[in-house]
Design a protein around this ligand. Structure first.
Ligand SMILES: CC(C)(COP(=O)(O)OP(=O)(O)OC[C@H]1O[C@@H](n2cnc3c(N)ncnc32)[C@H](O)[C@@H]1OP(=O)(O)O)[C@@H](O)C(=O)NCCC(=O)NCCS
Length: 165
């Protein structure tokens, strides 16, 4: 498939309409000898994004136990605004599987295109104070069963607009 055709397939109109896990702009030290951003840089950012989603759900330290799928669809360039969107696919006894989608906004190239650059699925394990796996859903210190957080952590308040009577 030609480069243009492939990029067209991965191009999107806008970023997903859901909470972004984080955004970051790669800099020259994040590149390889050819000037492209390292796959390893993206992998580490995906791991961070996934682990923050898993850790928020498990409310404890988590460890990455497996990366079950990782596809680099498009390159990332220095200066792109790269957005990571993590969502939980599955909660097991001690594990949490997270999907991470990555989009690049080409602010300095290609007339501000947005392209999906990567998608990955990772498995994290909730780790207890003894360094061993512990249940994701467990009683807290006061004995209450912890429940899944339904609301996003960041509640965006709309700015009230004064309308004339
Ligand atoms: C994470 C770790 C503590 C888990 O210990 P373990 O003895 O393997 O744990 P278990 O066999 O009980 O498995 C724990 C969970 O992980 C899941 N799991 C283990 N290996 C897996 C794999 N290859 N793929 C998917 N899930 C896996 C199990 O199914 C289980 O999930 P569940 O409780 O929801 O059913 C241990 O493997 C470890 O320390 N690994 C290194 C982690 C690390 O350093 N990561 C950073 C990479 S540099």
């Amino acid at each position: 498939m030609s480069e243009n055709k492939r990029e067209k397939q991965n191009q999107v109109e806008s970023l997903p309409d859901r909470e972004v896990t984080f955004r970051v702009v790669p800099m020259p030290p994040d590149t390889n000898q050819y000037g492209d951003v390292f796959g390893g840089w993206i992998m580490s950012q995906v791991d961070l994004a996934g682990s923050s989603v898993a850790s928020r759900r498990a409310r404890c330290r988590v460890a990455t136990v497996a990366v079950t799928n990782f596809v680099f669809k498009e390159p990332v360039w220095v200066g792109d605004v790269v957005s990571f969107y993590g969502k939980i696919l599955k909660v097991g006894t001690t594990s949490i599987t997270v999907d991470v989608e990555v989009f690049a906004e080409r602010l300095h190239k290609d007339n501000h295109k947005i392209v999906k650059v990567t998608e990955a699925q990772l498995v994290f394990v909730a780790i207890g104070p003894d360094g061993r796996p512990q249940p994701v859903d467990r009683p807290d210190e006061d004995g209450f069963q912890q429940v899944e957080r339904k609301k996003p952590l960041h509640i965006r308040q709309s700015v009230p607009v004064n309308t004339p009577d």
